[in-house]
Design a protein around this ligand. Sequence first.
Ligand SMILES: O=C(O)CCC(=O)C(=O)O
Length: 287
Amino acid sequence: MKLNLQDIPRVKNITRENFIKHYFKPQKPVVIERCIEDWPAYTKWNLDYIKQVAGDKTVPLYDDRPVDYKDGFNQAHATMKMSDYVDLLKTKPTKYRIFLYNILKEVPQLQKDFTFPDFGLKLMKGLPMLFFGGKDSHTFMHYDIDLANIFHFHFQGTKQCILFNQEQNKYLYKIPHSLIVREDINFSNPDFKKWPALQHAKGYTTELKHGEVLYMPEGYWHYMKYLTPGFSMSLRAIARNPKNLSKAIYNIIIMRHFDNLMRKLKGQKWIDYKNKQAITKTNKNFS
Ligand SMILES: O=C(O)CCC(=O)C(=O)O
């Protein structure tokens, strides 16, 4: 048995009017295959170039270890010089990923290699973020704290993307007071005996290649698996749906601080409790 996933529609290019009408308004994902071919980044950006311009930076790394109460919200697991990290990516599979690396702040010269495309949405200029991963590394299934509209541009190699909208939450074993689902679900090959509710979830999938951009609508869950070493840049536009915007404000102002406080007060018991709740709550929807 497989997850119920439909292929994300693909277009070669799109006008802002068609993007707004067919994808933003109905909040549907799309891959735009050829919209950045005029960016210098399209020909320049690869791992060697990143090593050249950012090799001496110390970068935060994340692997797929389960959440530990001693870690703060989104706290890095290790650090490395970017040049060593690129060498590692190129020589062997590694679980280490870079997550949310602010290139505008860290390597301003990379800004010259891209422009902010006009999809009819106001993109946040201060927040282009980079993500890197080694062959077979993956993110947990998660959604972003601000429930933004995300444009995810991929460079070098291929990445598997699986998306769900927020209506699927009841099937996904979501961890309360967090932005992730159970970390022990393998979305590339889920065990439906252990996670039966997943059979009911309806989602989307695609394999993103160099130069392609994936539009992820507001609050969409995303799981990304690097089929080859590579990296991506996300540009974002604030959530427009008032419900999503208020969830974003709640997450940023209350949820993450409450979760950090409970980790401090209750330690591992808090994490274990939330992991159990994810199962209890999902099962309740089926009894
Ligand atoms: O591809 C990745 O490593 C994570 C991407 C992501 O989570 C995002 O763009 O919000």
